[in-house]
Each structure stands twice: as C-alpha cells, then as structure tokens.
Design a binder for this molecule. Structure first.
Ligand SMILES: Cc1ncc(COP(=O)(O)O)c(C=O)c1O
Length: 299
C-alpha cells in the first residue's frame, strides 16, 4: 500500500481564521493537545457541495470542547463558514472534513487553564470508508477494550482521548483479519464499532444500543428518523452480546462509514437484508439533498 502522508499534500488548511498552505499547517511538539489529548474534533462529509448536517457537527464540536473545559474562540456561524471556505479553497464538493480544536503551547502540565484554544479545518476526498466491497458486508471481531463508563471518560464528547482504545481495538482485530471491532460498553453491553454506531434488526424492528457511554452519532439519529419514516419500529435499549445471535440484519452508521452492512460479528453470520438495503439507499439519497430538504426529512 502506498501511503500519501497527511502532512505532504497539496491544498489549503484553515487555521485560526487563515487559510495556510497544507504543508505549513504544523504544530510545535510541546503542544498540550498532543501530550494530554486536550483535543476535540469532528468528521463531516460534503456531498454535491453541501456539508451534511453541518450545524449539528459544529454544535457538537463546540459542545465537545465545553465538555473538555474549553471554549472554542469562534461562533457556530463562523465555524460553518470556515468549513465552507475550506472546501471552496480546495475546490472540493465531495469530501471529508476534519475540524479539530486543541489546547496550545502556553502550558504543558495536567493543569492547562491558560492555554490558547486553536481551531483548524482540513478537507480531502475520501470516497467510501470500507472500500468498494462495502455492500457485501464487513466483518467485526470482538474488541479487547471496553467503552468506559461516562464518569470515567468524557464519553459524550468527540474527544481525541476517547479514540485511544478505538485504535488499540482496531489494531488488535485487524491483526486477526477482521475489518473492524465490535466494542462492548463497561457493563458488558453492546456499544459500537471503533468509528460508527451499530443497528440490529430483530423481528422486523430496528434496535440500537442506548448511547450512554459512546457517541450518539448524527448518522445514528438520521438513520432512526429514516427508519421511522418507513414505519419501522425503532428501539433504543441495552443490548447484550448473547442476544445478537437472533438478529436477522446488522449494520453500522457513521459519517465516515455511512450505512454499512455487517456480515459477521465474531461467530455470528448475517446476510444484509431488505431493511439494511432500504436504509442504505434512503441515506444515500438524503445526503444528496439541499440542507433545507434534509431538515424536513430527517430533523
Ligand atoms: C466512535 C464513534 N462512534 C460513532 C460515530 C458516529 O458518529 P456520526 O454519525 O456523528 O459521525 C463516530 C463517527 O464520528 C465515531 O467515531
């Protein structure tokens, strides 16, 4: 695999209000965000020139910063405009966007009350997270790490530190040949994959774990709205691992993953079925609509 490093690409990155050449968007090594994970970020997708649910992502970014005890020094309107400007500057209409806010270099210790808060936004073309085979369904291995309790980590924030166990879990299952990891929560309940929420079909109903120790994804909520529009009963509840043997369909939902069928979790095999296919299609169509239409169909 030829890797094109993320610091050696053409384009422009928005940084604290300015567009800077991609290769110049560098941090000092003594940045608080690097040492202490005092960083929050977003993952957004732009389809046909519109960032899907842009304001929801911006609101979550600001909320994640507040959960980590800092205020991003830009308003939601300014952040939305910066995302749009970054896409335009890079000439992209279909892309992935990565806004990130972090504590700077003024202090380098656990206490960092007087660090400056920075915001950067990058974007790049990123077609399908799981590649062209996505519709065949992906295979999830059981993660060796559990999602922590909400009083153990800032689980409601899209915070960099929460991804440490995601990377460890994904690396562990990739070493065994799986596509991604099925993570349990701290009580042993089904939680999510390393970068997307999970849905199960039980007797024609759509069930998904209650997001009490992991992100309540924007795609998750969108899929729930789309399913309800289709008159499918949607149930949020605690789902235990021994129940999933009786699911008829399983899929993941997330900005990067979009709606991705799952064909295996550990020893359990699934066949992507009618409900998954319908929601994959509904989601694909929804993301292409102008924001006002999206708001009407999946608020
Ligand atoms: C760990 C994790 N869970 C869930 C999600 C899904 O969230 P969203 O649909 O808002 O992208 C993501 C992706 O951002 C994620 O990284």
């Amino acid at each position: 695999m030829t890797l094109v490093p993320f610091d050696d690409r053409d384009g422009l990155i928005w940084w604290d209000g300015e567009l800077v050449p991609w290769r110049d968007a560098r941090l000092h090594v003594l940045t608080h965000g690097l040492h202490y994970a005092s960083a929050v970020f977003e993952g957004e997708r732009c389809y046909a020139g519109n960032v899907f649910k842009l304001r929801e992502h911006t609101d979550r970014l600001i909320a994640s910063g507040r959960i980590l005890g800092f205020e991003i020094p830009f308003t939601a309107d300014e952040i939305d405009a910066a995302c749009v400007a970054t896409l335009a500057a890079n000439g992209l209409t279909d892309a992935y966007l990565r806004p990130i806010a972090w504590r700077g270099t003024e202090m380098l210790a656990v206490s960092a009350q007087h660090t400056k808060i920075h915001l950067a936004i990058a974007c790049w073309a990123w077609p399908s997270y799981f590649g062209a085979d996505r519709m065949k369904g992906i295979r999830l291995g059981w993660a060796p790490w559990k999602r922590p309790a909400p009083d153990t980590a800032p689980t409601a924030a899209k915070a960099a530190g929460n991804y440490m166990i995601g990377t460890l879990s994904k690396h562990a299952v990739e070493a065994e040949g799986w596509t991604d990891a099925m993570m349990l929560g701290w009580r042993g309940q089904i939680a999510e994959s390393t970068g997307a929420n999970v849905f199960f079909v039980f007797n024609g109903e759509l069930h998904t774990p209650t997001p009490d120790c992991f992100l309540d994804g924007i795609t998750r909520r969108t899929v729930m709205a789309l399913a309800r529009k289709r008159k499918i009963t949607v149930v949020e509840r605690t789902i235990m691992p021994d129940e999933i043997v009786s699911a008829s369909e399983v899929f993941l939902a997330g900005t990067a993953a979009e709606v991705t069928p799952v064909r295996q979790i550990g020893d359990h095999h699934y066949t992507p079925g009618a409900i998954t296919e319908m929601l994959v299609r509904d989601y694909e169509q929804l993301v292409l609509l102008p924001p006002a239409e999206v708001a009407k169909l999946a608020a």
